[in-house]
Design a binder for this molecule. Structure first.
Ligand SMILES: [Zn+2]
Length: 377
């Protein structure tokens, strides 16, 4: 079984090399913005059409090396494809009305083409606007080094972080994981008061909470964001970006900790979660409680689920399952009677109108998700 992880590696460059890399990344950025503007009318996603139209231009006007020119064309096509599908699926009509902007200083490289990595000595050589820079030392997390040496490498992204004035390489590694067979199953529900409720097939129940300190911090960020948004000045916008960044990192920390806890608590379990994709289209069959939904969106439960699934494969060798959660919060796990009125006693308690079974609503939902997964097996 394979899992892709991403190693973040710092490039140790000399000042003159730094200048050249910066020039390359800003040329790539200019080329992307040019392509977005030129392709705005056609919104073509066809790589052949785009290639025949722009390749020579990208080489001449922006001086891009041939592989980077092709990478920018590919990035244009994949970004446009994503916009089209958002337009179609989410009925997000505004999404195609403005020219996309490429703001970051980063470019996609192709492994063993315009970048090569010597994994034993951990140095890379990379193509730029002014030829190849060789033997740049790469520094990262030690554990990643052995994975880089053992695994198959994907195409990395070179990125410049303005704040720390540092170049980073985000390198995908295909890691081989030994597949294990699960000894039990566990259903996981994302609720309101408890972030996660887990019920296992051996009837263990565990709840996971978002730390109060994180909740307080999140509220603080929210208030700050509101204040800055209403100001609307240039400096307010800059501060807003920084607040949003800190908020994202907070959420990322919280989802990292929660997911790690879950996979270490259930090391030999097949984890079953709700399928959150296309949830907006399914709102009729989904929970209507707005507070419930708001909380999920705030703490990015999609990211949390992704991390649980990812870590379950990486650490436990077990693939997780996703199930359509329709009615999981309204169905009685004892007699199967399904009605929204089963939740009439408030958000916390479930009480079946047919058999009078009564239990914490989150546990009922988790148990129903668990049985959805067991049914297939
Ligand atoms: Zn019942």
């Amino acid at each position: 079984m394979e899992q892709i992880i991403t190693a973040k590696l710092k490039l140790e460059v000399r000042p003159e090399e730094s200048e050249i890399l910066l020039g390359t990344l800003s040329a790539f950025r200019n080329a992307m913005n040019y392509l977005f503007a030129e392709n705005f009318n056609d919104k073509s996603t066809n790589i052949r059409t785009v290639h025949s139209k722009y390749y020579t231009l990208l080489r001449d006007k922006f001086n891009l090396p041939s592989q980077l020119a092709v990478s920018s064309e590919r990035l244009l096509c994949s970004t446009t494809k994503t916009l089209w599908s958002r337009f179609k699926n989410q009925k997000d009509k505004a999404v195609l009305k403005t020219v996309p902007k490429y703001k970051q200083l980063s470019a996609k490289y192709v492994i063993n083409r315009d970048i090569t990595i010597k994994t034993e000595s951990m140095v890379c050589s990379i193509t730029t606007l002014s030829g190849r820079i060789k033997n740049i030392p790469l520094k990262g997390w030690r554990k990643h080094y052995s994975q880089i040496r053992a695994g198959k490498l994907g195409d990395p992204t070179l990125s410049y972080d303005k704040k720390s004035k540092t170049f980073y390489l985000f390198l995908p590694i295909h890691v081989l994981v030994e597949e294990k067979s699960p000894q039990l199953a566990v259903g996981i529900d994302a609720g309101i008061r408890t972030a996660l409720t887990a019920v296992s097939s051996t009837d263990t129940t565990k709840t996971y909470h978002i730390p109060e300190t994180a909740k307080a911090k999140k509220a603080e960020f929210g208030k700050l964001r509101g204040d800055l948004q209403s100001k609307g000045t240039r400096s307010a916008r800059r501060k807003l970006a920084s607040v949003s960044g800190r908020e994202r990192r907070l959420i990322s920390d919280v989802t990292h900790c929660l997911s790690k806890q879950v996979v270490s608590d259930f090391q030999d379990a097949r984890i079953i979660m709700e399928d959150l994709t296309g949830i907006r289209e399914r709102t009729k069959t989904y929970r209507k409680n707005p507070e419930d939904r708001r909380q999920r969106e705030q703490w990015n439960f999609a990211e949390l689920q992704f991390k649980i699934g990812y870590k379950s494969v990486l650490y436990n060798g077990i693939e997780s399952l996703k199930k359509n959660p329709a009615y999981s919060s309204q169905t009685c796990p004892v007699c199967g009677f399904c009605s929204p009125k089963n939740r009439n006693r408030g958000a916390e308690t479930f009480r079946c109108l047919q058999c009078n079974f009564e239990k914490n609503a989150d546990i009922v939902a988790a148990r129903n998700i668990l049985s959805l997964g067991l049914f297939v097996n």
